[in-house]
Structure formats: C-alpha cells, structure tokens
Design a binder for this molecule. Sequence first.
Ligand code: SAM
Ligand code: DTB
Ligand code: SF4
Length: 395
Amino acid sequence: MKDLNIKNDWTVLELQNLYDLPFNDLLWKSHELHRKYHNPNEIQISTLMSIKTGGCPEDCKYCSQSIRYDTDINLEKTLPLIDIIKQAKDAKESGATRFCMGAAWRNLTQSNLKKVKEMVKEVKSLGLETCVTLGMLSDTQAQELKEVGLDYYNHNLDTSEEYYKKVVTTRTYQDRLDTLQHVRDAGVKVCSGGILGLGEGNIDRIKLIQVLANLNDHPESVPINRLVKVEGTPYFDNFEVDEFDFIRVIALARIAMPKSYVRLSAGRDTMNEQMQALCFFAGANSVFYGEELLTTKNSTIAHDRELLKKLKINTMRDSTDVDVDKKTKKLKDIGDQIVGNYKKERVRLVAYSQGIEKEIIRCKNNSKTNRLEYFQDYASSFEEYFGSLKNRFNV
Ligand code: SAM
Ligand code: DTB
Ligand code: SF4
C-alpha cells in the first residue's frame, strides 16, 4: 500500500504553508513523523576527513578551499592511504558508523578515481560505511565507485536554483542534478542537502527542500549546514541565520522526506545545546562527530558525549543493526520455504510475519541496550514455532 507521507510532488505553496505554521505546530508535525519513521532517541554519527585540501578551481563563495580566496588553510595534496586507514580506525573506535572522505576537486579525474577506489575498499574492510564527496562525477565513475562498495555520495544542492547562481558561477545547478542522477543510477545512496547563511531568503530554503524532496527517490541522507564563516571568503561578513528559521528548515526537511536521515551538519560548534536539542526534536538524526570538519572546527567529542548523555540520545551501532538484519533475513527465508510448501499454514504464518515486522519496529524504537535482547527473545520464539512446523512437515 502506498505510504501517503512519502511524496515527490511537493508544491512551493504546500511547503511554504508548513514553514509558516506557528513554531509549535510545525515542530509537532515534524516530530510526529520523526517518531513514526525513526527512533527519536537515536542518532547516526559520521566522521569526516579531508583527503585533499584546498586549491579548488571552483568559486563557491562560502568555501575556504577555493583557490580564488585568500584564506588561512593548510593546502594538502591527496593524502596517502595509510593516513586514511589510521583515521578511519580511530573514527570507528570513537563510535562512528560512517566514514566520509572529502576532496576539494571540481570533478573526479581517472587517476584520482583509482586512488579513491582503494580508499573505499580499505575503509569498507574495517566494517565502516563509506561516503565520499569529490565534486562532479560521470555515470561510469559512479558505477566504478559502486563496484568497490561505496555506500554514499555527498553532493549538495546548497540552495534554490535561482540563488545558486549568486553563490557559484563556475558550474550550474543542472550540473549538480546530473551528478546526483549518476549516483542514483549507479545504485549508490544519495547524500544531498544545503547551507543556510548564504544570504538567501526563506523562499530559497523552501525551494531547496522542494527540489530534494521531489527527486524520484528522496536522498537517503540530507545534510543541513549552517555557514561556517571563513575569513577571506566573500561570505565572511554574512548575517547570522535566525536560529528559529534554521530549526524550521530541519522540520521541513523531516516532513518532506520522512524516511531520510537529516544531518545537523556544519556549524554545530556555534550552536548551543538547547538549539541542537530542538533540532533533534524537529527531526535531525545524524551529526558529524570528531574535532574537525574539512578545514574548520566541529563541536568537540567531549562536548558531544556530554550533550547526548544529557538528552539520553544513543548513537547507532551498526553491529546491532547487522545482527537484527541477518536474523530477520534468516527467519524470512525459513518462513518463505514453509509458506511455499504448505499453503494451509499460510494464514498463521502471515500473522506471525506481521508480528515479527511489528517487533522489529518496536525493538528498533527501543533503547540500544535492550533492543537486540528484546528482538532475540521474539525471534527465538518465532524460530521455535518454525522448528515445530519443520518437524511436522519434515522440511
Ligand atoms: N568539492 C566537493 C563539492 O563541492 O561537492 C566536495 C567538498 S565540499 C567542501 C562539500 C560541501 O560542504 C559543500 O557542498 C557545502 O555544502 C559544504 N560547505 C563547504 N564550505 C562550507 C562552509 N564554510 N560552511 C558550511 N558548509 C560548507
Ligand atoms: C556536508 O554537507 N557538510 C560537510 C560534508 N557535507 C562534506 C562539509 C562541511 C564543511 C564545512 C567547512 C569546512 O570544514 O571546510
Ligand atoms: Fe571546491 Fe567544493 Fe569548496 Fe566549491 S565547495 S570551492 S567545489 S571544495
């Protein structure tokens, strides 16, 4: 049955009406959807690493890494594989489930593609999800990255199509959309969002959410960045984004793309705890974790741990999810075998399967500490039941 909350035909007016709701009404709506599709007390954490810093030919007016602006960053060539593996291991130890590698490139060259493929393979073999952000990609490059196991590609639309022209002149919005399509077609998950604080109006923020939500499939991950003002860039003196407007955009992203992970991305180190808590309430459920973003500071690990403890928010551990997924698959396989063979048991089995689906959702909404245990209890009784059927029917 079609899920009416998942749609791809948002109009600006619909989104504008949501955005203009009284703050509490908007947050109530977004939080309700957030609870329906996610565990409200759990966030995903990713760690970011710059694998090639600075010297970028593009002119993005917010970016410290554009060669056109005189910023105080340490230029670095593509880092050796060994450094990347070390940092990925550290990230895993501090609890990250995804490792994102960013490069200041306009687009990916074939020689860089070769290097990145090695990086993806190595990071993946550590048991981490992989994400890269490398500028524009062709369709075949996206396919090659998929072949080595890349999970996510980050490529932001940043703002509305109209405002984008003021922010970047060296590429078009359509270039960005084309890369997103190549990534989607290759079967790599899409991570795409934007930045607030570029001098855009609320209408540009609403239109950004509209474009993302009207893609054929919603991006699996939607980073919402608040501009980190970097001295030397044209946007260094920009006005601060109103904090309530920022939270409204998070809520709007949650409503328009209920299943996606909405990442409270750059700019967290200048947000107080209360603001971050409201963002989590409005629907954000992912953050970058680690002392540094690409060239700028992030919130410290110690501070983040303290905040998550205060809010009683757990971080997602992929091992739990992998265990749950493996067990579910095994149970489903046994179920399919029996259902296929013995039709008369179908009704009871369907009821059992629906039961287990509900239990999975229930245990996913449970706190991290007891959800696996809880799931396993149910799964064993399910398995016992199947066992008895298998004996009865000699499967
Ligand atoms: N060069 C690639 C590209 O532009 O797609 C990848 C790296 S780029 C730094 C990744 C994203 O970081 C940008 O699309 C932008 O949304 C975000 N970003 C860059 N500088 C930022 C800043 N000063 N504040 C907030 N977000 C920023
Ligand atoms: C995203 O949306 N934000 C990250 C990531 N994708 C690559 C980058 C933030 C960069 C912040 C500025 C800097 O550290 O240079
Ligand atoms: Fe280059 Fe990406 Fe920075 Fe734009 S955002 S200047 S493309 S590194």
